[in-house]
Design a protein around this ligand. Structure first.
Ligand SMILES: Cc1ncc(COP(=O)(O)O)c(C=O)c1O
Length: 396
């Protein structure tokens, strides 16, 4: 065996703990148990038929090769038109770079921004991959604990408090994963001004932007040109497996990002790009809006149902498809709770541990990416699990 050594950074890159739980859930299913999945962060709907048909048509037409690294011009134009139509914002096509999912966008942005040793502020709880992307470019992730008092989000004051000499960028996601909470537009504007005045870069992840309930969606691009805005075809557009997203970058960064995209991705999947053109077709948007309303119905069902059995929601989740429940009245160890719940009742949820170190033992993420009937069954099973735990041990 050669004397191979795995790079030191790998010791700082955490696994997704929920993947083990998912593997166990699949194992139980293979043995004939029914498992209700509420751990998965992707829509349970298949990609809309019009998009699928466009993908097939693209394959038949021979669109199977590389495309320009920044995406096919038609798609960049369609994204620009989408901003104009939906939000009334003019976004020059040249500033739009199509990427392999928003994951690709995050890697591009951090690679062009972060020098080794410089720091990136992000929320805890937050999307777990962000800190690993920062590690990949030898930056230093600084995870700032956020709680219900700020809607589990950054505020300009928090950023002021955590800003240090080496801080180079701030990452915000609205709506957020895992909490589904939003940053108010006025606060985002204060955040934008604060980061700008400190000479840093603001990165706003709008991957769940289309999935907002009871509010008009808006984009941080309305605030100005000096920020990076990331989006994706994965969630609202229901195309997780097609691996397609985009970033709107400030003009001075576009050339570097193009060069980097040429090197690390060459191109996004061409079939997916042609398929995504169809996503902005009004008939397709109608289907996506119906799906959004279905997510809203699910949230409106699940939140009170979980409250009834003892979970708490100190901040209102107004977007994405997640509820980040305070489970402190029910358990002091949400990690074991999630495993026992799976073994005992066949309900799969994600323990807080996957989203950071800020009180994870008291939180559980529920993804409402399942039907109301299945979720009603899941809530009944969780109640049975809790009732059993309260019984004297000889009756269990
Ligand atoms: C907040 C957030 N950002 C980015 C991603 C990456 O998604 P994708 O690469 O599929 O666009 C996810 C996926 O769950 C997410 O929750």
């Amino acid at each position: 065996m050669a004397d191979w050594k795995i790079a030191g950074r790998m010791a700082r890159i955490d696994p997704f703990y929920v993947m083990d739980l998912l593997a166990r859930a699949k194992d139980l299913q293979a043995r004939g148990r029914t498992v209700i999945h509420m751990e998965v962060g992707e829509p349970d709907f298949a990609t809309a038929p019009l998009i699928v048909a466009a993908g097939k048509k693209a394959l038949d037409a021979g669109y199977t090769g590389y495309t320009p690294a920044t995406g096919i011009p038609e798609l960049r134009r369609a994204i620009s038109a989408h901003y104009k139509r939906r939000f009334g914002i003019e976004v020059p096509v040249e500033r739009i770079i199509v990427t392999p999912g928003s994951s690709g966008a995050l890697q591009l942005v951090l690679s062009v921004l972060i020098d080794p040793g410089t720091e990136v502020l992000m929320t805890d709880p937050g999307y777990p991959c962000n800190k690993n992307f920062v590690e990949l470019v030898s930056g230093v992730p600084v995870c700032v604990p956020v709680n219900a008092d700020t809607n589990y989000q950054f505020t300009a004051d928090l950023i002021e408090r955590w800003w240090r000499e080496k801080t180079a960028a701030v990452m915000v996601a609205s709506p957020s994963n895992p909490t589904g909470t939003l940053v108010e537009k006025t606060e985002m504007s204060r955040i934008y001004d604060t980061v700008k005045s400190r000479g840093g870069a603001l990165i706003v992840d709008e991957i769940y932007q289309g999935l907002v309930y009871g509010r008009d969606p808006w984009s941080a691009l309305e605030l100005g040109d000096d920020l990076f805005v990331i989006n994706s075809f994965s969630k609202y557009f229901g195309m997780t497996g097609w691996r397609l997203g985009w970033v709107v970058a400030p003009e001075p960064f576009v050339e570097s990002m193009d060069i980097l995209a040429q090197n690390i991705f060459l191109s996004c999947p061409s079939m997916s790009q042609y398929a995504a053109l169809e996503a902005f077709n009004p008939s397709c948007l109608e289907v996506l809006e119906q799906r959004r309303m279905e997510f809203r119905r699910r949230r409106d069902f699940l939140l009170p149902a979980l409250e009834d059995i003892g979970f708490g929601f100190p901040a209102i989740p107004e977007g994405a498809f997640y509820l980040y429940a305070d489970s402190s009245k029910l358990t002091s160890d949400s990690f074991s709770f999630a495993y026992q719940l799976l073994e005992d009742q066949g309900v799969a949820v994600t323990p807080g541990r996957d989203f950071g170190t800020n009180n994870p033992q008291h939180h559980i993420r529920f993804a409402y990416t399942n039907s109301i009937d299945n979720m009603a069954e899941a809530v009944g099973r969780i109640k049975a699990f809790l009732d059993r735990q309260q019984q004297p041990s000889e009756l269990k």
